[in-house]
Design a protein around this ligand. Structure first.
Ligand SMILES: Nc1ncnc2c1ncn2[C@@H]1O[C@H](COP(=O)(O)OP(=O)(O)OP(=O)(O)O)[C@@H](O)[C@H]1O
Length: 270
């Protein structure tokens, strides 16, 4: 466990040390360490309920860890107050699990929301940027004045991605980007994610349990289990590693070190 494959010559964009978060007696993150290098796309995989979302929420400042540090560009963001955290978040772009578009706004207004609200970009300029970003994710100007309700899940994801990249963030977060999409649309979104991260020269952090997606998007993969990073390494190594946690997870095996609750009595015993 905790082989961080840290290459000393790489710039660390995000340095997480000793991150711990519990809810009551349930320890979700337990002294977790992880580095994310500048310009890489790192995907955190792990089973349902292992704490991927909790990790992401701690990084985004939406949950306060019990202990540990999260350095972003050298600044520990744990415990930052409203305005200070807001200025850190201004450099972030985020694609939420179900795109999380505002139903009351048109597509272009959704894309331009952060530009106008957080960055103070005037409406006409924000419109132009929104159209440009929509085109980058394969949506023409005819979509601009539609409502989110008129779009399929895949189209909504594209809009969510356009919104995530609209402010040219230096760090992009993707929460289960392929959830709810058919495999072909999942592939399209993954390709757009890779393209967007590279075009911006941004750092990407994704959480998912979709292994196909993880392999398509990532330069490195980290596996979360039992509150810690059980394995992290280059994507190409994931098939050949002899790490028993990774082996069990990527092959979908019931037998192995990962404990899976199958029956309600199993869960009662936890
Ligand atoms: N606000 C909260 N209050 C209490 N428990 C929580 C809270 N948020 C998360 N948890 C618990 O923390 C654990 C990890 O949840 P989390 O949502 O991070 O898992 P996950 O790995 O993202 O799962 P999935 O892949 O199913 O989304 C779960 O047991 C969950 O019930």
């Amino acid at each position: 466990m905790n082989d961080h494959s840290q290459a000393p010559n790489k710039n660390v964009r995000m340095k997480i040390r000793g991150l711990t978060k519990a809810f009551g007696k349930k320890i979700v993150l337990n002294n977790l360490d992880l580095d994310v290098y500048a310009g890489e796309s790192l995907v955190v995989i792990g089973g349902s309920g292992t704490g991927k979302s909790v990790l992401l929420k701690c990084i985004l400042g939406l949950l306060k860890p019990d202990s540990g540090s999260i350095e972003i560009n050298g600044q520990d963001i744990v415990g930052l107050n409203g305005d200070a955290m807001e200025s850190v978040r201004r450099k972030f772009g985020m694609l939420f699990q179900y795109a999380a578009l505002f139903d009351s706004l048109t597509i272009w207004e959704n894309v331009a929301f952060g530009l106008m609200q957080a960055h103070g970009v005037p409406k006409d300029k924000a419109y132009k940027i929104a159209i440009e970003k929509l085109s980058q994710v394969g949506l023409g100007e005819s979509f601009a004045t539609k409502n989110p309700a008129e779009l399929s899940s895949g189209m909504k994801k594209r809009v969510g991605l356009a919104r995530a990249i609209a402010t040219s963030p230096d760090t992009l977060f993707f929460d289960e980007p392929t959830t709810g999409l058919d495999p072909v649309m999942g592939d399209v979104i993954d390709r757009l994610i890779v393209q967007s991260v590279k075009e911006l020269g941004a750092t990407g952090l994704t959480i998912t349990h979709d292994m196909d997606s993880a392999k398509r998007i990532s330069d490195r993969i980290a596996m979360l289990y039992d509150g810690k990073i059980a394995w992290v390494g280059p994507t190409k190594d994931i098939e050949t590693t002899d790490n028993p946690y990774v082996h069990q997870f990527i092959n979908g095996l019931l037998e192995g070190p990962i404990k899976v609750s199958v029956t309600s009595s199993d869960r009662a015993a936890e």
